[in-house]
Write a protein that binds this ligand. Structure first.
Ligand code: MG
Ligand code: ZN
Length: 226
């Protein structure tokens, strides 16, 4: 990478972290725990969110949907009667392929922070830059589907290192795939040793109880979560 480019990027990231800190202070002031969900496109983030929203009857949930364009995912979540805010990175933010702290800041006035305990942020589907940009979240969750292959942690190590939980989704498809779960976990442990992991199927509901419990622990600030 060209040296000037590195300097510019560092400057951008410094500014981002300052704004992320301001977001975090606002979330804390309202007692809202924030989880940032990251993944490749199509890994099942929205379906996992729908599951979470349906199952978390004792936690007041809000959702911030990040997409380059459109509001299809937000409409799916809104049909579950929770507050949803859509953040489109195009064109207002130049069609960015990730959320950054400033974009999330611009959405804060539309999020009813006094009425929720847990804000779930669905980041833009991308395996590279979301890991670079903190948005003021308490926790980061990486969703990886078994259709993506066993080598994903080795190809995108930063994403798998930047999270506290890896949700391995679509395990109902395992009988139809060559995917070797042990091999994936071996690669995962090579880049992020011992990171918490859940095997789930958002479609069939397998493992969703554990996903729910993790979110409840996060929302109630239990120290067992890093
Ligand atoms: Mg989605
Ligand atoms: Zn990006």
């Amino acid at each position: 990478m060209h040296r000037t480019h590195v300097k510019v990027l560092e400057g951008v990231l410094d500014a981002n972290d300052t704004i992320a800190g301001a977001n975090r202070a606002d979330f804390d002031a309202h007692g809202v725990v924030v989880v940032n969900l990251m993944s490749a496109p199509g890994a099942g983030k929205t379906t996992l969110l729908e599951r979470a929203v349906r199952e978390l009857d004792d936690v007041r949930v809000g959702v911030l949907e990040g997409d380059v364009q459109g509001s299809l995912d937000a409409e799916r979540i809104a049909s579950l009667h929770v507050p949803v805010t859509q953040l489109n990175t195009d064109p207002g933010f130049g069609g960015e392929c990730h959320l950054d702290a400033n974009m999330v800041r611009s959405a804060l006035p539309s999020i009813p922070l006094d009425e929720i305990d847990l804000l779930l942020i669905e980041n833009v589907g991308n395996l590279v830059c979301p890991a670079e940009f903190r948005v003021g979240e308490d926790h980061r969750v990486m969703v990886s589907s078994v259709t993506e292959g066993e080598d994903k942690p080795l190809k995108y190590p930063l994403m798998f290192r930047a999270c506290e939980l890896v949700v391995i989704n679509k395990i109902d498809l395992l009988p139809h795939l060559e995917f070797d779960v042990d091999r994936f976990l071996y690669h995962l442990d090579a880049v992020h040793p011992g990171v918490e992991r859940l095997l789930v199927s958002a479609r069939t509901g397998e493992g969703i109880g554990e996903w729910r419990e993790w979110l409840v622990r996060a929302a109630t600030r239990e120290p067992s979560i890093a």
